[in-house]
Design a protein around this ligand. Sequence first.
Ligand code: ADP
Ligand code: MG
Length: 324
Amino acid sequence: MSADEGVYAYSAVLMGSPILLKLFEDNAALAAQVFRLIRHQENILTVNRAHSEVMAINHAAGREPVCVSREVFDLIQCAHQVSLLPHSLFNFTIGPLVKRWKIGFQGRSVPPQGDLEKLMALTDPREVVLDPERRSVFLRQPGMEIDLGAIAKGYIADLVRSFLRQQGVERALINLGGNVQTLGAPPQAAGWSVGLKTPFGQADELIGVIEVAGKSVVTSGVYERYFERDGRLYHHILDARSGYPLDNELLSVTVVSDRSIDGDIYTTLLYGLGGEQSLAALRDAPHIEAIFVTRDQQVICSSSRQFAFRLHDRRYQLTTDNTA
Ligand code: ADP
Ligand code: MG
């Protein structure tokens, strides 16, 4: 019997991404509830429309604090803390640069240096004032913009997992455009198979397969959203310190963890650290495991306690950090 037998797959396009839900029962009503939950969160958190809780904060930048719901405040507080970590690439005030580059959207171009410098001055997370009592958020400088794009999908994937658990579901998978969260494993199988894409390959081309049960798998890759100009590639993870997309030896970072929000945070953090420093950092974070794909065709696992990896593409060389 194939592990796919008895699977009911439901799909939608939300948050500008394909969403896939796998269940082991024919339950379109439950799938509709999951998609409603995702749409509701998107409505609150989006910065790609004129109105949302986050946009209310952005519109009031330089003017006044804005009170938000507990959930949004907690998420912003989390993004704020991660942004303030020493040497953190993660910066939730990256909005002005993201909007200017428009990577993944119409009208993208390489901005002039002068523009980038002006916008970089508006990406200082220390200029965000949080008041936990009032649950208010204030962006001190006019023009500042919060962008939760690097963390929202992981946060929502965890909400979906909690909701499904509450509904008594024991086995399920939700894929939010690359953020995968799982409950249990399929019947008769040790785990779910999550593909690791070949960078710049065909849509279905895989370097290998990650097998997990009850874990999250998040991948952030430079090949996901990008454009090319004059032989250079510009992708969607920006470095507020240079104003440009981050440029190092990594093509993708995958994080396996219990919570998908951790996966989302760590993919960005580790991507910023580069492979070698990441491996060192992960030795002190046993609950976070990562798989790095490098430009010179190596696949490096920090450790593999929570997952199994099967290499399919023999052009890549697989290694595991034995010191972990
Ligand atoms: P995706 O799953 O869409 O590839 P990621 O989790 O990799 O998303 O986050 C990328 C998104 O995060 C960008 O589209 C942008 O909105 C935002 N972003 C870009 N650079 C940074 C950064 N340095 N820190 C935090 N968020 C960022
Ligand atoms: Mg992320």
